[in-house]
Design a binder for this molecule. Structure first.
Ligand code: SF4
Ligand code: SF4
Length: 137
């Protein structure tokens, strides 16, 4: 894949920009509705994509060489994760539907559903655990 083709696989859900925690057993990652401060939650885009790694060192940039490792931190609906698992893209994915807004209209993205790290106390993160980012479709 060219870099452009690789980027085009991303569904624009921005679920990977949510803070994750380990569950009580320490075995599984769970999602919160707390988003990275750099996220534009209306557009579901990074506010500084080119410099994200330096602005947010914990940000995982998924690429062809690390996709297997990085996909473990992605939501079940992540297009890269689905392709890695040999599963089809969902009907709302823009490469299937032809519409880049279908992901938002179908409620599959974080658009306007999140709070930001800057607004929460890190000690309260467990209070913000949610299950919707783990929905596959
Ligand atoms: S979870 Fe996957 S498909 Fe969704 S925005 Fe992140 S990288 Fe793209
Ligand atoms: S730096 Fe950008 S891409 Fe990385 S988690 Fe934050 S908003 Fe998402």
């Amino acid at each position: 894949m060219t870099p452009e083709e690789w980027e085009s696989v991303c569904d624009g859900c921005a679920k990977c920009c949510l803070v994750q925690l380990q569950d009580e057993q320490g075995e599984q990652l769970v999602f919160t509705d707390v988003a990275c401060d750099l996220l534009d939650d209306g557009a579901c885009r990074c506010g500084d994509y080119a410099n994200r790694s330096t602005r947010v060192p914990s940000c995982i940039s998924m690429n062809a060489s690390n996709v297997e490792e990085a996909a473990a931190f992605a939501p079940p609906s992540c297009a890269y994760r689905l392709l890695l698992q040999g599963e089809p893209l969902p009907d709302w994915h823009h490469l299937v539907s032809g519409s880049s807004s279908a992901v938002h209209e179908g409620g599959h993205s974080v658009r306007h559903r999140v709070r930001f790290q800057r607004d929460v106390d890190e000690r309260d993160l467990e209070s913000y655990v949610v299950d919707w980012p783990a929905y596959k479709t």
